[in-house]
Design a protein around this ligand. Sequence first.
Ligand code: SF4
Length: 245
Amino acid sequence: MPRRRDSPPPQPAHPPTVTRRVLRLLEAQHPDAGTELTFRNAYELLTATILSAQCTDERVNQVTPSLFERYPTPAALAKATPEEIEPQIRPTGFFRTKSRSLVGMARTLVGHHGGEVPADLDALVRLPGVGRKTANVVLGHALGVPGLPVDRHVLRVANRLGIARSADPVVVERQLGAALPKPRWTLASDTLILHGRRICKPRPLCDRCGARKMCLYFADGGGTAPARGAGRSRRPTSSRKTPVP
Ligand code: SF4
């Protein structure tokens, strides 16, 4: 029997021109988009981003000043033990895992990268505790290399709008990256994250959305107010949508 060919990957509903227009509208709505983590260099942002998993940026910013004072460089952090770090980062949650990641990250930087944070995605994702999203945050905000971090907000907002179509962050990163010029990647991600936090929440506030006219979710009635007593807003019913939380 002839071998079945894999089906082509799904494509976003909107063409790149519309994606760029949508992002311009949202950037105008959120001119303050940018990372809310406080940092002075790539090492500090890398550390703060590892700590931000399952934690608010605000809480991370409360913890990092004393942490960076005590461990100002990867070399200083590499000499610590996870047990020494744990009490300092405890408020950020998952502190045992995070302390192991931080010390492992610092030791790898010292052992393999001369104590510097590499400006390279493949090298970054090999560091303990660093996934693709964290690597892209650091590249885009601290190392001057375009990066397009895709978190749960970007996934939800981009799929609803129709500028991406996948529940897989890597696929969404590729789809958005293909539609936007590289210099716009980091701001686009920051903008979609902020839009997801403020407006396009799990229960979206579509009446406040600057991109409403181009949103598939809204066009399909997904953004209408729930009926009295309903616990959740309507989910999209169109086959154009990919379910994303
Ligand atoms: S119209 Fe509603 S669902 Fe669409 S992006 Fe805006 S807030 Fe989100």
